[in-house]
Design a binder for this molecule. Structure first.
Ligand code: PMV
Length: 325
């Protein structure tokens, strides 16, 4: 087969990845835990064609060149090396959600690319091999290969840095209500952010405490303990943003509306709701609750000033091959 189409979901990290021990191989400085987001997805078709002089990339109908295309070619080069082929590829990718705003479009994009590209090249990679391959494009993409609730073990080399499922999507009825407060493309992407995070005096403390947070979060998910889950997820998000805000140059992803959502979530919790927040490298807020309260939380978020839209996502499955373009 020279053409294949794959679909992958983005994921929301409950224990965050921030900083690499190897920036080129994207070996992270700490392990992380996430949930795939059902309903949000990237669908990518890769076709290797002998007539193409170079790789072509089309995202949401627009041709992309420069650094964006180079990043795709880097993964395609790894695939070509593994499959011993030389053809250039056409890559057509569609996202059904806004990119560059802290909903990890790079995660679903590189997971879909790794799966579609390897399949189109005639390879049949294992989940672990796909996770490692996706990781080379964007670290968090390693977590969009397996389904449900996923842990990425940091590892120390290319071989042992990969993600695996710790629980199926149906294990826990968590819902991620993503409050969109901005759809403007962020100025500083995560690749640059990872590279400067060691300049923050807080990063060492964040890393030293990471095994403890991972253990607590993993246990809270397996035991479906929302209160413990809340305390560790909010702590971990705040710790990552503290390291971001204190790196050189400083990265401030929060907007006034992000803070308004945080305060509202704390208020709703004090009134008895089981709800918590987390945010990635962008101003949008991921508000996590149970299925039972999802509609209410969505309505409350929509009523907040500064919230433009709310996307609702439940635990999603693994990256998969799909038919057609
Ligand atoms: O995969 P990257 O390089 O886009 O980094 C993702 C970083 C965060 O989204 C902020 C945290 C995470 O673990 O997803």
């Amino acid at each position: 087969m020279t053409t294949a189409t794959a679909q992958a979901h983005p994921n929301i990290a409950f224990i965050k990845y921030w900083g690499n021990r190897d920036d080129t191989l994207r070996i992270p400085s700490n392990g992380s835990i996430s949930m795939n987001l059902e309903g949000l997805s990237t669908r990518t078709t890769v076709s290797f064609q002998p007539s193409l002089p170079f790789d072509e990339l089309i995202i949401n109908g627009h041709e992309v060149g420069g650094a964006g295309r180079d990043r795709i070619s880097y993964i395609l080069d790894i695939i070509r090396g593994m499959a011993n082929i030389h053809e250039r590829a056409e890559v057509i990718s569609e996202n059904n959600f806004p990119s560059g705003t802290g909903i990890a479009s790079s995660a679903s994009a590189f997971a879909a690319l790794a799966l579609a590209g390897s399949k189109a090249a005639g390879l049949s990679l294992s989940e672990r091999e796909l996770s490692r391959l996706a990781r080379r494009g964007s670290g968090s993409a390693s977590r969009s290969i397996p389904g449900g609730f996923v842990e990425w073990q940091a590892g120390a080399s290319d071989e042992d840095s990969f993600a695996f499922s710790i629980a199926e999507p149906g294990h826990w009825d968590l819902v991620d209500c993503v409050a969109i407060v901005s759809t403007i493309h962020k100025k500083t992407g995560s690749t640059e952010g990872h590279a400067i995070t060691e300049t923050s005096p807080l990063q060492a403390a964040r890393l030293a405490d990471a095994p403890r947070r991972l253990e607590i979060c993993r246990r809270a998910i397996l035991e479906r303990d929302f209160n413990i889950f809340t305390s560790i997820v909010e702590l971990d998000s705040d710790m990552m943003h503290a390291a971001m805000m204190t790196s050189t140059p400083a990265l401030h992803y929060w907007k006034p509306a992000s803070l308004e959502v945080m305060n509202s979530v704390r208020q709703w919790r004090s009134e008895g709701s089981q709800v918590c927040y987390t945010m990635d490298a962008g101003p949008n807020m991921h508000v996590i609750c149970h299925e039972m309260e999802a509609q209410l939380i969505e309505q409350r978020l929509r009523a907040l000033r500064g919230v433009q839209d709310v996307l609702v996502a439940r635990p999603g499955g693994p990256a998969k091959i799909v038919n057609g373009k």
